[in-house]
Design a protein around this ligand. Structure first.
Ligand SMILES: [Zn+2]
Length: 380
């Protein structure tokens, strides 16, 4: 019995000794690789890419199976502008046999970015298709493809894909679809095909009747072909359809009507608009502008005063008043509004300190930006 116990103890101690020997002599490669890799990751967090790259290279030298290290080496090289080398590394990874699902996805995502930076859009799209295939059509993968269509300016394909995506999600975003049509139209016009472009703009309006750039581009296209009346019809339609954005068309409308000498019509149009939207400064001062151009300075000034009654701080009102009062030789009154404008200017300068990095505004200079965490970024 005791011999059995001794044998048992003997075996146990052999196992312990064996374990200790294994722990001391086991191949150090793995340990080193993961140490280098961890150090590299910390450098990456601090955005020290050069140091990270050195450590990652050490890591793969010690362990050629460290896929993630290779992946990151490629990513850094791409960020440093060596996209062809990044492509080579990332493509090399795709043919490895030992990849797990996450690694495959990460590699394809990196490869897509490489091809994008290298402006090889066809290749990027092919990889995106692979990504969609291995994720069995995950929406996020299809969204990557959508972004690729966008950056390649393939607006018709982007339109079809977004439409099918919206069908799957059951959410309809008419605005984006219409904007794709607008982009397609702008592209046509860039290629000298005004008529095709206008067809696209009309399709956009059919999808979203409140799509500002569709009307504006349609108007511009007619203006380029000296079809001012057609342009005017579209622009007026736009102003009545979306009065809140109508001001975007004001300059074009004024330009056309002044060119054809239709002062009366342009005045009427803006007066009607102003009576509908009396709070809208953009309409008010478009009308002031018209009165001024027609030489009806008294009417222009009265409209400015009315504007100041609604909004005592209106800088637009003061600017017009300075100019128009000067034209009427009412220099003291003009000076009064000029002084107010200058006061405002100083007030703005005194009041604000702005982070030079992220634009965060503060009444006091901050020494450590609360938004972007930059140091000493508020003063010159
Ligand atoms: Zn900041």
């Amino acid at each position: 019995m005791t011999t059995l116990i001794y044998v048992g103890i003997g075996l146990l101690s052999l196992m312990v000794v064996g374990l200790i020997i294994y722990l001391i002599t086991r191949p150090k490669k793995k340990l080193d690789a993961s140490l280098e890799y961890t150090t590299a990751l910390n450098y990456l967090i601090n955005d020290q890419k050069k140091e990270a790259l050195d450590k990652l290279r050490d890591a793969v030298r010690n362990d050629t199976g460290n896929i993630d290290a290779y992946l990151k080496i490629g990513d850094i090289l791409r960020d440093q502008g060596f996209h062809e080398r990044a492509i080579k590394i990332h493509r090399g990874l795709t043919i490895r046999g030992s990849l797990d699902y996450r690694q495959k996805i990460d590699i394809y995502k990196s490869l897509i970015k490489d091809y994008q930076v290298a402006e090889r859009h066809d290749k990027a799209l092919k990889v995106a298709d692979k990504l969609i295939e291995i994720t069995r059509g995950e929406l996020w993968a299809k969204n990557i493809k959508l972004k690729l269509f966008e950056s390649a300016g393939e607006w018709d394909k982007a339109f079809d894909l977004l439409k099918s995506l919206q069908k799957i999600k059951g959410k309809k975003n008419k605005q984006r679809l219409a904007l794709y049509k607008v982009e397609a139209g702008v592209k046509c016009i860039g290629e000298g095909r005004e008529r095709d472009g206008r067809l696209k703009f009309r399709e956009a309006i059919k999808i979203d009747k409140n799509c500002p750039p569709a009307y504006l581009n349609l108007g511009d296209s007619y203006i380029r072909e000296n079809r001012n009346n057609d342009a005017l019809i579209e622009l007026k339609k736009f102003v009545t359809q979306t009065p809140e954005y109508g001001y975007l068309a004001f300059d074009r409308i004024k330009e056309i009507l002044f060119n054809v000498g239709a002062f009366g019509e342009v005045g009427n149009m803006f007066r009607t608009l102003l009576s509908k939207y009396p709070d809208n400064e953009k309409i008010r001062f478009a009308l002031v502008d018209i009165y001024e151009r027609k030489g009806q300075l008294k009417k222009a000034i009265d409209l400015c005063y009315a504007g100041l009654e609604q909004n005592a701080d209106s800088q637009l009102a003061r600017r017009y008043l300075v100019r128009i009062l000067t034209r009427r030789n009412e220099k003291n009154e003009a000076l009064k509004y000029a002084m107010k404008l200058i006061d405002d200017l100083y007030h703005q300068i005194d009041d604000h300190f702005v982070c030079k990095v992220c634009g965060y505004e503060s009444l006091e200079p901050k020494w450590h930006c609360p938004q972007c965490s930059e140091w000493n970024s508020f003063l010159d």
